[in-house]
Design a protein around this ligand. Structure first.
Ligand code: ZN
Length: 210
């Protein structure tokens, strides 16, 4: 398909060291999408990225809840929260983008998860949908109506970014070979993709854009 540069954006979600092999919350084979994303970036003039950016005392970290383990659920300020290993702490190597990821064309980076009292999977809103990163308005103010979403992880941050993108009225495309899932349960990514499609997202392969 032809990319309409006036109204299209590439949105790169959380391609950070902690979500890549060797990181604290690694997505298996997550690094294999970096080259695909770099190739895709050559096709877009409008590119933005999100960055998981937690304070060390973030409420989603199991380590901040004595007696609780990774993978357990808690109530975090009224929102059901799964507990994660410590990851993407502000200013650390784990929070940095993969060194091979080309960042030269990025217009803006939207950081999320900065409020210790609520997690933020989506690049648009906190999980309680109160906090807003400003991404939605930024895209709209720049005339963007079509968003191509790539990055990590397909069954968490990418999924919620796609769902929020749809809810804000953006025509939303998930580039299937430019994302990978955590799969805490083996079917998670498959289910996430089904949910995104049910809500109106288009699933495409990167080669459709070349
Ligand atoms: Zn996080």
């Amino acid at each position: 398909m032809e990319i309409d540069q006036v109204k299209s954006a590439l949105l790169i979600v959380d391609v950070q060291n902690d979500f890549l092999p060797g990181g604290a919350l690694a997505v298996a084979e997550g690094d294999t999408i970096v080259a695909v994303i770099n190739e895709l970036q050559e096709k877009f003039s409008f590119i933005v990225a999100t960055q998981d950016w937690h304070p060390r005392d973030h409420g989603s970290f199991a380590a901040n809840h004595p007696g609780k383990n990774i993978g357990e659920f808690i109530d975090l300020e009224g929102v059901r929260q799964i507990l994660w290993p410590v990851h993407c702490v502000q200013g650390t190597h784990g929070a940095a983008f993969h060194p091979d990821l080309n960042t030269t064309k990025w217009r803006k980076i939207f950081q999320k998860g900065t409020n210790p009292k609520v997690d933020s999977y989506s690049g648009f809103f906190d999980n309680n949908r109160k906090g807003d990163t400003g991404l939605g308005n930024y895209l709209k103010n720049n005339g963007i109506s079509r968003v191509f979403i790539v990055g990590l992880a397909a069954d968490y941050c990418v999924k919620y970014t796609v769902l929020d993108s749809l809810s804000l009225g953006f025509e939303s495309y998930l580039v299937a070979d430019a994302t990978k899932g955590v799969n805490l349960s083996p079917e998670d990514t498959k289910l996430a993709i089904k949910e995104m499609k049910n809500e109106g997202a288009y699933l495409i392969e990167s080669k459709a854009l070349f």
